[in-house]
Design a protein around this ligand. Structure first.
Ligand SMILES: Cc1cc2nc3c(=O)[nH]c(=O)nc-3n(C[C@H](O)[C@H](O)[C@H](O)COP(=O)(O)OP(=O)(O)OC[C@H]3O[C@@H](n4cnc5c(N)ncnc54)[C@H](O)[C@@H]3O)c2cc1C
Length: 500
C-alpha cells in the first residue's frame, strides 16, 4: 500500500514534532515554513556575540536520566536534548522587595518550607499545606497523566483533592490568605506577570524542579529546536524554509494541498496546519470552515499579553551568586507603554555558557504588553524604534541601581514587541501564545481545544498552541504525537515510536 502523504504548515515545535512522529509511523511528510529556521517562537538569535532567547526558560521533562515522565520520554523520542544537557534550577524564582527583603522559591521543598516559615511564622499552617502538596506531587507525572490513558489518570486519583484545591484558586487570591505583608505582595509575582494563574501551576513547576525533571536545555531554544529538526530530517522528513503557505487547496470540502506565496502548488493526502490559527482559518481557508465557537474564540482576545515585551541586554559581567530568575520591586514605578509598573521580571542567563562569551551574561526583562500600542507606533518605523530604545534605556537605569556599573557593561541590546512576533511568525495580533479564554470558552477548550479539526473540512487537521488553545514547549510537542497516534488508529495500524 502506498504511504499516506502529509503536508505540514509550520516548522514550530508542533509542526516538527508532528513530522517526526509521522515519519516514525511511515507517513511521508513535508513541512513548509515561512521563516528561514526551525522553532517558531522557540528561537534565539545572535547580537554582538550574545544569544538572545525568545521562549525557553523552564521546560518539563528535561532530565537527562530517564525519569519515567511522559515528557521526558517525548524528548528522548524527539532527540531534543541530544548532545546537550539540562540545567536544573535550585530555585524557581527570587522575589526582592525595595527594603532588601528576599523570598526565594527554592526547588528543595524542605528548604522552601523553612525559609517561608522564617519569613512568616504566623503563616506556618498555610505554608505547610503548600509544601505538603508540592511534596505529594513530586515524582508523580501530573502533566503526563493529563495526556495519558486511563491507567495514568487512575494513578492520579489519590492526588485529585490537592489538584482540585489549588486549581480553583489563583495566585492573587491565594496570597490574600497570608498574614505577612511581604508574602502577600510577593506570592502573586512568582509566575511572571500572570497573577491570575491557578496556584497549581507553580506547585507543579516546583514539584517537578524538586526531582530534577524541569529546567533549561543548555543551548536554549535554538539548540532545542535544531535538535528536533535534525531528528526530523534523519527520520526522512523534508522541510522547506522561506516557504509561506498562502492558501489551502480544497476540492469538494476535502483538503488536497497548499499553495505557496510563489504560486507553486503542492499536494498530499492530508494537510496539517501547525501555523497561527487565525491565518489558517481566516486566511488560508478564507473563513469557509468555521463555527460560532471558533469565531467567538478569535473575537475574545485579551488586550494585553504576558511576556509580550521582552528586552535583552548582553552584559560584560558574570552576575555570579545571583538567581536565574528575579522579581525586583521598584522604589519608583517605571512607565512602560504609558502604564506604571511596580517591578521588573528579570532572567539572568549566566548558567548557560553557550549564550555569551566567558564571564559575560545575557539579561532578559519581560513585561506584559499591548499589541495595539506597538502596532500604531510601527506605522512610523523611526518612532517605533525610538520607543523601544527609550524603554530599554529606562529599564537599564533601574537595573543600574540594583547592579551598580550595569549601564557601562552593556554590549548588546534588543527589544521584541508583539509586532515583532507578528512579523516573524504571523502570530495573530502578535500573540506569541494563545490568550487565556473566558470561563465559558475555557470549558470547551479544556475538552477539545480550539480547532483540532474544522467543521465540514475533510483530510485536514490542526496542531500546536493555536489548535489547542494552550501553550508550552512540551504540550505542543505532545499534541503532535497525539495527532499521529490518532491517525494511526484511524488507519488501523499500531502507533510506533523510536528513541533518537
Ligand atoms: C516569551 C515566551 C516564553 C515562553 N516560555 C516557555 C517556557 O519557559 N516553557 C515552555 O514550555 N513554553 C514556553 N513558551 C511557550 C512555547 O514556546 C510555545 O507554546 C510553543 O513553542 C509554540 O509552538 P507552536 O509550534 O504551536 O507554535 P509557533 O512556535 O508559533 O509555530 C508556528 C510556526 O508556523 C509558521 N507559520 C505561520 N504561518 C505560516 C504560513 N503561512 N506558512 C508557513 N509557515 C507558517 C511560523 O513561522 C512558525 O514557525 C513560551 C513562549 C513565549 C512566547
Amino acid at each position: 500500500m502506498a504511504e499516506t502523504s502529509i503536508i505540514i504548515i509550520g516548522a514550530g515545535l508542533a509542526g516538527l514534532s508532528t513530522g517526526c512522529y509521522g515519519q516514525m509511523n511511515a507517513y511521508k511528510t513535508k513541512i513548509f515554513e515561512l521563516q528561514n529556521k526551525p522553532g517558531g517562537v522557540c528561537v534565539s538569535w545572535k547580537r554582538n556575540g550574545y544569544s538572545f532567547d525568545y521562549a525557553a526558560h523552564n521546560i518539563f521533562g528535561v532530565s537527562t536520566k530517564p525519569t519515567g515522565s511522559l515528557y521526558n520520554q517525548v524528548w528522548q523520542e524527539l532527540g531534543a536534548l541530544k548532545g546537550t544537557r539540562a540545567y536544573v534550577f535550585d530555585e524557581f524564582v527570587q522575589v526582592e522587595d525595595t527594603d532588601g527583603k528576599v523570598f526565594t522559591v527554592y526547588s528543595d521543598i524542605d528548604k522552601l518550607e523553612r525559609h517561608m516559615k522564617e519569613l512568616s511564622p504566623a503563616d506556618a499552617k498555610l505554608i505547610e499545606g503548600f509544601t505538603k502538596t508540592i511534596r505529594k506531587l513530586s515524582g508523580k507525572d501530573v502533566l503526563g497523566s493529563m495526556s495519558g490513558g486511563i491507567g495514568a489518570k487512575l494513578k492520579m486519583l489519590p492526588l485529585m483533592g490537592s489538584l482540585m484545591k489549588y486549581s480553583k484558586i489563583n495566585l492573587k487570591e491565594y496570597a490574600q490568605n497570608f498574614s505577612d505583608p511581604f508574602l502577600k505582595k510577593a506570592i502573586p509575582t512568582i509566575q511572571y506577570d500572570i497573577e491570575e494563574v491557578p496556584v497549581i501551576v507553580p506547585i507543579v513547576f516546583i514539584s517537578t524542579l524538586s526531582v530534577g525533571d524541569a529546567g533549561w536545555p543548555i543551548g536554549g531554544s535554538a539548540a532545542f529546536s535544531h535538535n528536533i529538526e535534525k531528528r526530523y530530517i534523519e527520520l526522512g522528513g523534508e522541510v522547506h524554509y522561506n516557504s509561506k503557505v498562502t492558501k489551502i487547496i480544497v476540492e469538494n470540502d476535502v483538503a488536497k494541498g497548499v499553495q505557496l506565496e510563489d504560486g507553486s502548488e503542492h499536494f498530499a493526502d492530508l494537510v496539517i496546519s501547525a501555523a497561527d490559527g487565525y491565518s489558517t482559518i481566516f486566511g488560508m481557508l478564507n473563513e469557509k470552515y468555521i463555527n460560532q465557537f471558533i469565531r467567538s474564540y478569535y473575537q475574545s482576545y485579551s488586550k494585553t499579553q504576558s511576556f509580550g515585551l521582552e528586552i535583552w541586554y548582553g552584559v560584560n559581567r558574570s552576575f555570579s551568586d545571583e538567581p536565574h530568575a528575579m522579581v525586583l520591586f521598584l522604589e519608583q514605578p517605571i512607565k512602560v507603554e504609558g502604564e506604571e509598573k511596580g517591578r521588573l521580571d528579570i532572567e539572568i542567563l549566566n548558567f548557560d555558557p553557550t549564550l555569551s562569551p566567558q564571564g559575560k551574561t545575557v539579561i532578559k526583562v519581560n513585561f506584559e504588553s499591548t499589541y495595539d500600542y506597538w502596532k500604531e507606533l510601527s506605522a512610523n518605523q523611526e518612532r517605533y524604534r525610538a520607543q523601544k530604545q527609550e524603554i530599554a534605556d529606562e529599564v537599564a537605569e533601574r537595573l543600574e541601581k540594583r547592579f551598580p556599573g550595569f549601564k557601562k557593561q552593556i554590549e548588546a541590546v534588543d527589544v521584541a514587541t508583539p509586532v515583532t512576533v507578528e512579523h516573524w511568525t504571523g502570530g495573530f495580533r502578535g500573540f506569541a501564545q494563545p490568550w487565556p479564554p473566558n470561563e465559558e470558552l475555557a470549558k470547551e477548550i479544556n475538552k477539545n481545544g480550539v480547532s483540532k479539526t474544522l467543521p465540514g473540512l475533510q483530510n485536514f487537521y490542526m496542531v500546536g498552541q493555536w489548535a489547542g488553545g494552550t501553550y508550552g514547549i512540551s504540550t505542543v510537542c505532545l499534541m503532535g504525537r497525539d495527532l499521529i497516534r490518532e491517525l494511526c488508529k484511524k488507519d488501523d495500524k499500531p502507533f510506533k515510536v523510536t528513541i533518537a
